[in-house]
Design a protein around this ligand. Structure first.
Ligand SMILES: C[S@@+](CC[C@H](N)C(=O)[O-])C[C@H]1O[C@@H](n2cnc3c(N)ncnc32)[C@H](O)[C@@H]1O
Length: 251
């Protein structure tokens, strides 16, 4: 299922149950301590879950986003501006492409309850682990208490929501948008895993059929509209743009 040979490593203190689940799910061998190797390694250890390849390690730490969550700054985040819904005290967002959870965290910190879906089993393992550690961090616990993660295909999930959400958020690709070279390199590991959203039209259709007040789509600043659908308006920055589609009946 993965693009490169993947090995799941269970190190002392790691969760055997989760390592076994992932190995079974992706058809990868589950081994004990291991020194590198030519392919991808997903390591379950006492300090969490990490992805390793080409001498690089990626472990998700949602606390990295703390400087962006301070009051004042958070409200100026383009995603928060694009997702804002007026007059709803406890808004609900669906993040249909949760990835490593950074964008969901911004929405949750801004007051949204966020239902997150991620289909890649390795990314899901990294995210679950990051959420667990963040829940134990008093600086993040309040926001994380509003983040509900489910591993699976959001096309199915969007068709089976218990009620229409206020916002559906779509970020279908990992564009080259990180500033620091080191961070950029680390995130290159994800390119070994992630499959671009197979059918962007189906994703947008599913989002609209969920009857949200708005669909927010993250695009590279100069990238084309998702599925060629012209948005109602856009909130643009230097590197990224958020296209906002307001379905007519919700206007
Ligand atoms: C660009 S990443 C999202 C990054 C995310 N916004 C963040 O803050 O980390 C896109 C993610 O969407 C996931 N994805 C694509 N299609 C999906 C689908 N149909 N259901 C669930 N996840 C999907 C990919 O596996 C990938 O992890």
């Amino acid at each position: 299922m993965q693009q490169r040979d993947t090995v799941v490593v269970l190190s002392p203190g790691g969760s055997a149950r989760e390592a076994e689940y992932l190995a079974g799910k992706i058809g990868a061998p589950l081994v004990g301590e291991k020194d590198g190797g030519p392919g991808l390694t997903v390591r379950f250890a006492a300090d969490g879950v990490s992805l390793q390849a080409d001498g690089m390690t990626l472990r998700v730490d949602l606390a990295d986003a703390l400087p962006r969550l301070v009051p004042g700054k958070l409200q100026r985040e383009l995603l928060v501006k694009a997702a804002r819904v007026k007059g709803i005290p406890a808004p609900v967002a669906v993040d249909a492409t949760a990835g490593l959870g950074g964008d969901s965290l911004l929405l949750a910190a801004a007051g949204f309850t966020v239902r997150m879906f991620e289909q890649d089993p390795v990314i899901a393992a990294l995210l679950r682990d990051a959420l667990r550690r963040a829940a134990a961090d008093p600086r993040l616990a309040d926001a994380v208490s509003r983040m509900r993660f489910t591993e699976g295909d959001s096309l199915d999930a969007l068709a089976n929501l218990p009620a229409p959400p206020d916002v559906v958020y779509l970020d279908p690709m990992f564009p080259e948008r990180r500033k620091s070279a080191a961070v950029k390199k680390r995130f290159q590991l994800l390119h070994h895993l992630e499959r671009p959203c197979a059918n962007q039209e189906a994703m947008l259709r599913a989002a609209l059929l969920a009857c949200p007040r708005k669909v927010v789509v993250k695009r590279p600043a100069k990238g084309p509209f998702l599925a060629d659908v012209k948005p109602s308006y856009s909130v643009g920055g230097k590197a990224v743009r958020y296209d906002v589609i307001v379905p007519p009946r919700a206007q």
